[in-house]
Design a protein around this ligand. Structure first.
Ligand code: F1P
Length: 348
């Protein structure tokens, strides 16, 4: 597989970037006041999908009411987002810190006294940091590529850490420290089989399934294959997929399932049907029982010893590799995706 690209280097750099980032997180979050009646996590594109997973983590691990919105919803539909009388904390996620909608959402929230604001970004001194009350800056996530890979997982790691801190869950925070080594181990064992699956010549439709915090990952993984390989993809909650969307499955469809421990038994019931319809199936989980192995073309059993909510970044790194390998095997350049720019600027 071609590896002389920025995108490949950034995917491969994730264990190092996470190690460095983990060192800076305690001090960074010390400066943030997390008190609020509700947290709004917002962003655009990948950063919105990050917000979806982050809101779940903040509810589940952090024990706080939290919602995710595309940043534009905060100013296009403001009265439906901010309920009068509630104290909000709006967290704007943005790799560049320059995305217009995210900067407007944070600026307006502050100017209109709707919320206190935090910028989570890989770029210091950016538009979002300037309009926020607090800043969590993650320079190890900075990228030359258009397509977000390590920036996503580095910001995810920061938000996982915050959720653990808000929930007083030292055990969860300790799990996060094991992620860099766990990714080294996962790449050593699974990078090649995952890349090989991505090279399958007959694939022309991509379905990503995940529930709970894995739904944001499913959306993000689907975006990778759209952005880099120009392929059609959809993301659903696994059981939702049975309610109509499954009609698109045929030979040529690759279904990637992000397995969460608590949902696994119910969601696995979908696999025989996907196989019967001719799909290829990639199961990304902690372990793979016989039922999963029988129905999956590739069952990744990470064996990381980490809980579902801790191991989210591992799943995504493997899904990034899948999209990357699919892209280069088609002769496309992942560093130069069609119709895209690193930052989307609108008239602000
Ligand atoms: C958000 C984003 C990216 C996308 C594209 C344009 O950027 O939508 O997710 O891949 O490059 O920008 P940011 O706000 O996180 O910098």
């Amino acid at each position: 597989m071609r590896t002389d690209t920025y995108t490949y280097a950034e995917i491969a750099d994730q264990p190092r970037a996470w190690r460095e980032t983990l060192r800076s997180l305690p001090q960074q979050w010390d400066r943030v006041d997390g008190t609020a009646d509700a947290i709004l996590a917002v962003g655009c594109g990948s950063s919105y999908y990050l917000a979806l997973s982050a809101a779940y983590l903040l509810r589940r691990v952090g024990g706080r009411p939290a919602e995710a919105h595309p940043a534009s919803e905060l100013f296009l539909h403001e009265p439906a987002v901010y309920v009068p009388g509630r104290r909000y904390l709006t967290v704007g996620c943005s790799r560049s810190g320059e995305t217009t909608e995210t900067a407007i959402a944070l600026r307006r929230a502050r100017e209109r006294g709707l919320a206190s604001t935090i910028a989570v970004t890989c770029t210091p001194d950016s538009s979002t940091t300037k309009v926020s009350d607090a800043q969590v800056v993650l320079p190890e996530g900075r990228e030359r590529s258009v397509v977000m890979t390590k920036s996503f997982t580095t910001m995810l790691l920061a938000l996982q850490y915050w959720a653990g801190r808000l929930g007083g869950n030292a055990g969860f925070q300790a799990e996060l420290n094991r992620l860099p080594d766990a990714l080294d181990a996962a790449l050593a064992r699974f990078a090649e089989p995952v890349a090989e699956l991505g090279r399958s010549p007959d694939l022309d439709s991509f379905v990503y399934l995940g529930s709970g915090a894995c739904y944001g990952l499913a959306c993000e993984a689907g975006l990778k294959v759209k952005e880099m390989a120009g392929q059609h993809s959809v993301a659903y909650h696994p059981l939702e997929f049975r309610h109509g969307p499954i009609s698109i499955v045929r030979p040529g469809t690759l279904v990637t399932w992000f397995v969460s421990d608590e949902a696994e038994a119910r969601e696995a019931e979908l696999l025989p049907e996907l196989k019967r319809l001719g799909a290829k199936v990639l199961a990304l989980g902690e372990r793979a029982d016989d039922a999963i192995r029988q129905n999956a073309d590739l069952a990744v059993a990470l064996g990381s010893g980490l809980s579902t909510l801790a191991r989210l970044p591992l799943y995504l790194a493997l899904a990034q590799l899948l999209a990357y390998s699919c892209t280069v095997s088609r002769g496309l350049d992942p560093d130069n995706p069609k119709n895209l720019t690193q930052v989307v600027r609108l008239n602000g």
